[in-house]
Design a protein around this ligand. Sequence first.
Ligand code: ADE
Length: 229
Amino acid sequence: MRFHILTIFPDIFDSYLNESLFKRAQKAKRVLIKTYDLRDFTRDPHRKVDDRPFGGGPGMVLKVQPIWSAVRAITMRIAKGRTRRPRIRTILFSPRGKTLTAATARRLARYDHLVLICGRYEGVDERVADHIADEEVSIGDYVLSGGELPALVLMEAVSRHIPGFLGKEESLEEVNGSFPTYTRPEVFVPKHGSRTMRGRGWNVPPILLSGDHKKIKQWRETHGAAETS
Ligand code: ADE
């Protein structure tokens, strides 16, 4: 899987993507991530990526031209010298998009390349949604200042479906995340200042300490939450 991120803030991605899971996955070449600064695709000497909205109103609107030039450069480079046509999907992040679900993430994991266009909250020229993006994705019913955090969220949700992205421990995390888990101590007694809550504490459900694996399995099934794959 290759992710191509179009943004006016490429530096935002560095720290998250160079840690832990993504660091390892990139090293193993299971995922390749490239950020593109939209300013590098402008046609004017001031590298202007936004302009005032037609019809008036507050804020600035991301221009269609740099986005078009960037997407075209990326897709042409991908296609160059290939015999098989790679599967490419272009996504625009917007609070008006379809909400990201586990099913969407699984579907998107089947593409070879995802081109991720990070909008800014004041707006993106609507021609990007109409003519360039294959789909608009929202990560939830709230407005963020841009598509950078949504891009990170989508990348992680998608990558978890790429074989080998999750190591043994994280796969286990995935399973554990689907029902409540506990670790030592069996009873935790919180201290308020120097006083302990005498005789009281927070207990682990006794069934998990029982050693009865059949019962534990049943308990986990009844206390389970979302899907795990
Ligand atoms: N851009 C701003 N808010 C967003 C959201 N909730 N989802 C995706 N992109 C966004």
